[in-house]
Design a protein around this ligand. Structure first.
Ligand SMILES: [Zn+2]
Length: 264
């Protein structure tokens, strides 16, 4: 039998699935040991040690053992450090929180510590639990996504040209209220100057345009100042979400409302 390793510490449930008649398999993100898949025996029994402790969004303290080289572990003990009851009670907060969990689940690498990811997710959930939201939920999500992009080394160029590093003016004509637009290509790394946009098109890349205001909103979100205006917040979230989808090469369920156009 392969050696087992034990772990303890803070954790967040990313997803839960029933297992047998009374058990659960949970995917959790731990603060110090990255993602783990754990079997919680008897979690659905009222007398179980885990009854009421494995809810989404709550900050937990878990103890588990797992095969040394990965695979399904055993949850041995769990307590709730902090409940976040306001999130499931409000549809907007709930959806945003689910989107955060789903993204974390997609990018968390088994065997890696993933401390920054844990901190970012915990920060998002705290923000969504606040009495008064500090910004629209889409803005809070945009801030989370921008941190994720930074940590993954995928943050798109939002000011200068992604290819040549030169000025990338927003000089594309626009009839829309969101104002002047700049060329943008997920495949080319973000915002582009006019010359590099032409080159990218010639090379067969899909190049669109994005409102300079929206790119700036995402930049501010990444710097810790989520947009307060709901339209800017949604736009910043949409840019970050599409960029993540492009680079993760998958479409999270919670992002499918942005999937109206063909993938680049
Ligand atoms: Zn350029």
């Amino acid at each position: 039998m392969s050696r087992r390793v034990r772990g303890t510490g803070p954790a967040l449930v990313l997803a839960r699935a029933p297992y047998g008649e009374s058990s659960l398999v949970v995917r959790v993100l731990t603060a110090r040991h990255g993602p783990q898949r754990l079997l919680a025996r008897g979690a659905h029994r009222a007398k179980s040690a885990f009854a009421w402790t494995l809810d989404l969004f709550d900050e937990l303290d878990l103890r588990w053992s797992a095969p040394e080289h990965g695979g399904l572990g055993n949850l041995e003990a769990g307590t709730v450090r902090a409940r976040r009851r306001r999130i499931p009670a409000d549809l907007g907060r709930y959806r945003a929180a689910l989107c955060g969990l789903e993204l974390a689940d997609l990018v968390a690498r088994p065997g890696e510590e993933e401390g920054p990811l844990y901190a970012s997710l915990s920060t998002l959930l705290d923000a969504l639990q606040a009495d008064e939201l500090a910004a629209p939920v889409d803005g809070l999500l945009a801030a989370f996504e921008a941190r994720l992009l930074e940590d993954l080394g995928l943050m798109p160029a939002l000011e200068e040209c992604a290819v040549c590093g030169g000025a990338a003016p927003a000089d594309q004509p626009s009839e829309r209220r969101s104002g002047p637009r700049a060329p943008f290509s997920a495949g080319a790394g973000g915002r582009l100057c006019r010359t590099c946009a032409l080159e990218a098109r010639k090379a067969g890349r899909r190049v669109g345009t994005l409102a300079a205001r929206d790119l700036e909103a995402l930049r501010h979100a990444g710097a810790g100042t989520p947009p307060m205006d709901p339209a800017r917040a949604l736009a910043a979230h949409e840019i970050a979400a599409r960029f993540l989808d492009y680079h993760l090469d998958t479409l999270p369920r919670t992002h499918q409302r942005f999937a109206s156009s063909p993938r680049p």
